[in-house]
Design a protein around this ligand. Structure first.
Ligand code: ATP
Length: 534
């Protein structure tokens, strides 16, 4: 008999004893009986008690074998390879046993949000013909001591039970946000509940055996592997740690292919071009992009998804929905001048780098310039960071040149430019040379940053001053067309024919004067900084 049941019987016995004692003393028991009845009605008849007891049960997804296969996971070649290797051992226990291989009990998928960790876990369950139970680390944590540990036991029990019921030999238990349940022990001194829950998980993992009638494989997912308790990661527990990173260009192409499989694509669609323009996007962003493109096509009554729908969908995923807000004419001109400054300097420093310029408000921006890098990059050279800062400051410089003064619209640019300058200082790329972040004074950092910013501002001024006429021409044209493609921008810069309005393209965003302020230098999904090679 379990401890909980023993306690219930003991309480019932004690209650009966008290009632018998009160009866012998001729105490009126009617109010006690009415009160007990009322309590029973409240807790059980209203379902509250049952709901409390089963709360966790409803939050674990149903245990069936998912239909997702590894074919449905685009890119992630290295992660898939490592996972498949581990799953082979689960699929062929006899072979593993013959070779004396210790069974794999847990696989940890670590990487940024939306990169396909849940998808991989489902594909793993399909591959091993297992039932799949998914839950999240946060579901285990309650303020009541012992509840988390109880839920861990319940999860493993249910996985076995469901596999038996479905006639399967194995079950995959997927725990998302593992860091919530499996964080370093001792972090919360006043809260032993976390530690008890993790201890129970370790106990359950230690109890897994290759000879169990239902083999259990635990797959954990986390965005913060650094927070996990070392005991979880030691051999024999989460044996494999598989990195699931943001996809590279080829990976993005594969993911786009997966998510456009069921969509009619027009002949002009180049998924390669979209993959090139979406550096920093996760699988979830790309799924959303494909979906938004199809919605745009439907809105227009188009039977097929065209390239312009996909390009506009990039803007929508990065910046948000188009806004109805219509700025005043003078404001619109200011936005156009500001964006023209960004675009012109970007083209002067890196010909062919802009892919669109628009003054239609979207999300928090009144306009933006999108730059599309030719290739993925993981490091910035000093000159690249300097160019980035120069392009960022060019919006305000253009405003000053044409309109006599800058506006609050440049605040966001300054913020991003400062971040880039600070990164340069701490990476040893400023006049200060290599710095120790703990020893260098704030003043020295500020001076070095100001130095960098001043030089780049002067550089932008030197580039734009002799080209004021081109800035005005570019601004005038975008006022007419609302959006200019990269080709149109370059046509205007070369002083060629006036191209017709109407092409809608586009990524590295230079957002513009928004209500709050602002032109940003990169899309929010682009790498925020110098990303070191893995
Ligand atoms: P989180 O860490 O936020 O839980 P996750 O890494 O588990 O995210 P998923 O839930 O697997 O991400 O992915 C969300 C959605 O994004 C999926 O349903 C799928 O549509 C899409 N997706 C993500 N990665 C891929 C991929 N590699 N291939 C195809 N689709 C993907």
């Amino acid at each position: 008999m379990r401890k909980k049941e023993l306690l219930v019987y003991a309480a019932l016995g004690a209650g009966a004893g008290v009632v018998a004692y009160l009866a012998t003393r001729e105490v009126n028991l009617i109010p006690v009986v009415v009160l007990a009845g009322l309590l029973y009605f409240l807790i059980y008849s209203t379902g509250a008690g049952r709901a409390l007891g089963r709360r966790f049960v409803t939050q674990v997804s149903e245990g069936t074998c998912p239909r997702v296969t590894f074919e449905d996971v685009g890119g992630q070649g290295a992660a898939k390879k490592e996972l498949l290797e581990a799953l082979e051992l689960v699929n062929r226990p006899d072979r593993a046993r013959r070779l004396g291989i210790r069974p794999i009990k847990g696989i940890l998928l670590a990487g940024p949000p939306g990169t396909g960790k849940t998808l991989l876990a489902k594909a793993a369950a399909h591959f091993t013909d297992s039932v799949f139970l998914a839950t999240s680390g946060s579901e285990f944590i309650e303020v009541y001591a012992g509840v988390g540990a109880q839920r861990v036991r319940e999860l493993f029990r249910r996985a076995r039970e469901q596999a038996r019921r479905a006639g399967k030999r194995s079950a995959v238990v997927f725990i998302d946000e593992l860091e919530v349940l499996g964080g370093r022990r001792g972090r919360y001194s006043a809260h032993l509940e976390y530690d008890q829950t993790l201890n129970q998980l370790l106990v359950e993992m230690d109890g897994l055996s290759i000879d169990d009638d239902v083999r259990l494989l635990l797959i954990g997912a986390t965005n913060r592997p650094d927070l996990l308790d070392p005991a979880l990661l030691r051999p024999g527990r989460f044996d494999r740690v598989v990195r699931v990173d943001l996809p590279d260009r080829e990976g993005r192409l594969q993911i786009l292919k997966v998510h456009t499989r069921n969509k009619p694509l027009a002949a002009d669609v180049s998924l390669e071009a979209i993959a090139r323009e979406t550096m920093g996007f996760s699988g979830a962003h790309l799924e959303s992009l494909a979906n938004e493109a199809a919605i745009l096509a439907m809105r227009e009554g188009s039977a097929q998804v065209e390239q312009r729908h996909l390009r506009e969908a990039i803007d929508k995923v990065v910046m948000g929905e188009k806004l109805e807000r219509k700025p005043r004419r003078q404001e619109l001109f200011r936005v156009a001048v500001h964006e023209a400054g960004h675009a012109l300097v970007s083209e002067l420093l890196n010909p062919g780098s802009t892919s669109s310029l628009t003054i239609s408000p979207r999300g928090g921006a009144l306009g933006y310039v999108r730059q599309s890098p030719q290739d993925d990059f993981y490091l910035y050279a000093r000159s690249e960071l300097e160019e980035q800062i120069c392009v960022l400051l060019a919006g305000a410089v253009a405003e000053e040149l044409v309109l006599g003064e800058p506006s609050t619209g440049a605040a966001n640019d300054y913020e991003t430019a400062c971040q880039a300058a600070r990164r340069m200082v701490y990476a040893g790329l400023s006049a200060l040379g290599a710095v120790d972040p703990d020893l260098v004074s704030g003043d020295a950092v500020q001076r070095a940053m100001s130095d960098i910013m001043t030089r780049q501002r002067e550089r932008a001024q030197a580039l734009l001053r002799p080209r004021e006429e081109i800035v005005r021409r570019l601004a005038g044209r975008v006022l007419e067309c609302e959006t200019l493609s990269g080709e149109e921008i370059r046509g205007i810069l070369e002083g060629g024919r006036r191209p017709p309005c109407g092409t809608t393209p586009t990524v590295r965003l230079l957002r513009s004067p928004s209500g709050r302020a602002g032109i940003t230098s990169r899309g929010q999904n682009s790498p925020a900084g110098v990303k070191k090679p893995a």
